[in-house]
Every structure is written in C-alpha cells, then in structure tokens.
Design a protein around this ligand. Sequence first.
Ligand code: FE2
Length: 280
Amino acid sequence: MSREVTGIGLGLRYDLATELLTRRPATVSWLEVHPENYVNRGGRYQEMLELGRRDWPVVTHGLTTCLGSVEPFDVGYLANLRAFLSDLEVPWHSEHLCLGGVDDRFFHDLLPLPFTEEAARIASQRLTEVRDAIDMPLAVENASYYAAQCDDGLAEADFVVEVLERADAKLLLDVNNIYVNSRNFDFDPKAYIDKIPPERVVQIHVAGHFVRDDGLRIDTHGEPVPDHVYQLLDYTLGKIGPVPVLLERDNNVPPLDELLAEIDELWTIYRNATEVDRAG
Ligand SMILES: [Fe+2]
C-alpha cells in the first residue's frame, strides 16, 4: 500500500543525503530515487534509502530502461526492479522517452527519438512491455534534445501524446525540458502544455539549466530554477491542478538551504494552483 505523494519533493541524491536526512525539513514532502543505485546493491545507498523512507513516501525514476531504444530489455534487471518497487511500495515508476543505446552499447545519456509514428509505435509497445514486467503504473518522461528533427515528423507535444494514448500511459511532465526545447527550437511552451491531457500527468519535474554563450540551453540540472521555468510551472499547474512537483538538482549541488529556498518558491506556486483548482 503506497503512501500518498503530494506537494513538493526532492531527489535523494548522494551529495545531499547526509544533510537532508539529518535535518529532515518539513517542506520536503516526498523523495525521488533512481533504482539503478539500489537494485542488486547494498552499502551507503541502501542505508540512505532506509533512513529516507522512515519519514517520506518515495517515488522511483529510472535512468537506463529507455523506452525508445530497440535493444531487448534486460529481463533479469526488470524482474529485480519489480521486486524493488514492490518492496518500496511506490505509487508509480517512471522512465524516459528516449534512446539509450544501440548494438549492445549504452551511452549513459538520454538521446532523442525521431518524432515519427513509427517511433511512437515502438516506444508505446516497449512502455507496455516494461509496465507488464514491473506490474505497476509506469509514467514516461519527456526529454530534452539538441538535434533538429526532420521536417516531416510530428511536433514534440503531438509525439508525446501519441505515445501516451497508444499505451494508455501516464506522464512525468518535465517543464524545464519543455522550456529548454522551446527556446532551442523556437516553439511556444504553453501551446505544448495545452496539448497534454491533464488526467495523464502524475508527476512534474522542474530544474535549472545552463545557457551557453551562443544561446543554446543545456539541461544540466546544475543551476537554480530560472524565473521562466517557474512561470511555466505556474501555467502548467493552473491547467492540470496540483500534481506533485520534484525539484531536480544533480550537479553543482549547493548547500541544502539554497534548495530549500527554491522549494519554498515551488510551494508558493503549488498552493496558488491548489487555490485555482478549488475555486474552479
Ligand atoms: Fe526530469
């Protein structure tokens, strides 16, 4: 029986764990973990997870079971993942809508898919395959990308919706990724949000990103959340209601107090969205 996940969460990252687990701030409502750090492993990560679970519900977010690849899944890993998720009592698990490797090579990067009907069909079939293997709700996360798409493909939002509807799946909506893509490829991020079926969104990610001298935005998770991403979150929550929001920070991790200030800002936006939802 999973515990309710609501409000603002924070990733249980190694660099933060000692301070987070010691201070246990009340404004952090839930934790997100990457199962690759725990499945078939023990040691410090496992200890961190046990300490975190005492006070917080946990959600899992995978890094290696990329739904757009065409390589067969590691069925042994998926079986162990299923056992891990069941023990952890998570309400859903998420993976990325991307390509992770080819020809038995894994790139440890989230490579983009072509936004075509064929890629949507393959990704939706693989999503169903993973969901059956882990036997629990599976959400797919929209990714950032840096290579231009071919002209005859779908718009990114239409591609994401196509995958969701083919697989009857849930969405982990990363508003920073949408913002980064919208600036790099010149589209309206609010029009993207407008196309997303609200009932499919179970979780949101927000993060900061790096802006190169030439203007290209890189999804680093290594900077504070910028105002434009806060504003897009505000718009998103206003459209879909108070879905749980995770602050992602994986690089250049600052002292916890700096992240708690960002979490306070996220709570302000989240509560406003809750009020809007109640009023509506
Ligand atoms: Fe994300």
